[in-house]
Design a protein around this ligand. Structure first.
Ligand SMILES: Cc1ncc(COP(=O)(O)O)c(C=O)c1O
Length: 503
């Protein structure tokens, strides 16, 4: 019964309904001073509820009242000992976990397909990353699961590592065997932390993979806003067991989270948790049925395919979250990027992301069977257009061959923190072979770094970046988003070579 309570929502409702004259932040005073365009867009109720720390509303950084109650309810719902509400996205939870478990110069084992927030945590702490590789499918150009064997070897080579991070599920829904990985990690007495940003719904239905916490992870970060019903930016951090020091974690969250948390975000977390407690299985039963329907529709379109759990398991995955549907358009002779743009412009359908060969869609209970039918007919239209040759990429076959090459190897020359804080210059990409990167260059989506600060730039990396640019994918991180110029360290050993000159 307690699960039905929503302490944050109730407190906000009570305050909004009261007659209190507001001499506190925010400046719009419950909407009276808001720009009319915002009021028109959002509605009065949202503005009444837009408050921050005032008496009775508790304190996110030292919770003793309604936030504490709401977090305890969330811990119970998601099977954790302790839950922390995050109002700066999953990103800040991932950074806080690194700050709580590692100190400067400590080693942390992380997969190469880390989200860039993990890299930010590494820069903030001065931790040294040791990268391991997930299985990489060359045909679809997608990172998949991490094998327990990879973790075992990485730990054997780095027995002094202080923590291990794994991403499971991946953006495309592929899960790793967290039980076996946890057993390897715990042999060294260190915590296994799982970036479960794309899996806050795991374990809510018998056809979904289990939660990482249930399988032995010590801490997980949930993008509650990504798959459940909270507002964008509202996420949760769940911790269990003795390996993550709660006092350090709380101190880290105090460093990273705003001192003026939005109660709209906090209340939306409370409501998302209540939804899960009341009808989580039902929500995902509906979502899984619609996703299954979508898969049938896709398989009936010549040239368009979607992988299933068997495909993922054959490539080393523990399972697949079927609410994520990866739609491969490679056999149509077009890129996923082009298919995404066509669907947006002509069919008014926006997918979650696209890459070289694929589109990714996320199906939740918020979708309807009508949405699925529209997407299937949109994809039929894409296939028909591609069949006419109008959308054919000029150099698709060249791209195809080059794309089959795995992203190039990288090597750290200095720590990401040292590179981040060192003097740097901007050089044309083609002149950077042998230099050390001063910035992160990730291809977005899915935000996997091609280069991290401190890594040596090779001719292969330059070629890869040129290819990614040609494919029209979006870069995140570099000062020049077109990646014609990149920042490199100014003061590195150059063996008699002249210093680079900024162009
Ligand atoms: C794997 C992964 N982890 C973490 C994040 C960060 O989540 P947020 O945007 O909530 O900060 C993302 C964002 O897309 C992600 O893909």
């Amino acid at each position: 019964m307690a699960e039905k309570n929503t302490p944050l929502i109730e407190a906000l409702r009570e305050y909004a309904a009261g007659k209190t004259v507001r001499f506190h932040m925010p400046g719009h005073k419950g909407g009276a001073g808001t720009s009319p365009v915002i009021k028109d867009l959002m509605g009065q109720a949202v503005l009444w509820a837009d408050v921050t720390n005032i008496p009775g509303m508790d304190d996110l950084h030292q919770p003793t009242g309604i936030i504490r109650k709401a977090q305890e309810l969330a811990a119970r719902t998601f099977g954790a000992e302790d839950t922390y509400f995050l109002i700066n996205g999953s990103s800040c939870g991932l950074m806080a976990l690194i700050m709580a478990t590692c100190r400067p110069d400590d080693k942390i084992l992380v997969p190469r397909n880390i989200h860039r927030s993990i890299l930010s945590g590494i820069i903030l702490t001065g931790t040294v990353p040791v990268f391991f590789k997930p299985v990489y499918d060359r045909e679809l150009m997608l990172p998949l699961a991490v094998s327990p064997e990879t973790i075992r070897c990485a730990l054997a080579q780095n027995p002094d590592a202080r923590a291990v991070f794994v991403i499971s599920p991946t953006y495309n829904g592929v899960t790793s065997d967290i039980g076996k990985i946890a057993a390897e990690v715990h042999r060294y007495g260190i915590p296994l932390m799982v970036d479960e940003a794309h899996g806050p719904h795991l374990g809510l239905h018998e056809d979904l993979p289990p939660r990482a916490l249930e399988c032995g992870a010590d801490a997980v970060v949930h993008g509650t806003h990504k798959l459940l019903t909270s507002f964008t930016q509202a996420s949760m951090l769940h911790v269990t067991g003795p390996r993550v020091d709660r006092a350090r974690l709380e101190q880290s969250l105090r460093v990273l989270q705003s001192t003026s948390p939005s109660y709209l975000l906090l209340a939306s977390l409370d409501a998302a948790r209540a939804d899960v407690a009341a009808k989580g299985r039902q929500m995902f039963d509906r979502a899984l049925k619609m996703a299954a329907e979508l898969r049938v529709g896709i398989r009936n379109i010549p040239g368009v395919t979607t992988f299933d759990e068997r495909w993922a398991v054959e490539r080393g995955a523990a399972g697949l979250d079927n609410t994520k549907v990866t739609i491969t358009v490679k056999d149509l002779g077009i890129t996923g990027v082009k298919a995404e743009a066509w669907l947006r412009k002509n069919a008014f359908i926006q997918v979650e992301m696209s890459d070289v060969f694929n589109l990714l869609v996320i199906v939740t209970a918020g979708n309807t069977p009508g949405d699925i039918a529209r997407l299937v007919s949109g994809l039929q239209a894409v296939a028909a257009e591609a069949g006419k040759g109008i959308m054919l990429e000029d150099d698709f076959h060249v791209v195809l061959e080059q794309a089959l090459v795995e992203p190039p190897e990288t090597r750290l020359a200095v720590s990401p923190r040292e590179a981040f804080f060192s003097p740097s210059v901007s050089l044309p990409l083609e002149k950077t072979a042998g230099e050390v990167a001063a910035e992160t260059i990730a291809c977005y989506p899915p935000g996997i770094p091609v280069l991290c600060p401190g890594e040596k730039i090779t001719p292969q990396i330059i070629e890869h970046l040129q290819l990614v640019r040609r494919l029209g994918l979006h870069f995140q991180g570099p000062h020049d988003p077109t990646v014609r110029f990149i920042r490199v360290l100014k003061d590195v050993e150059r063996a008699g070579q002249p210093e680079p000159v900024e162009v």
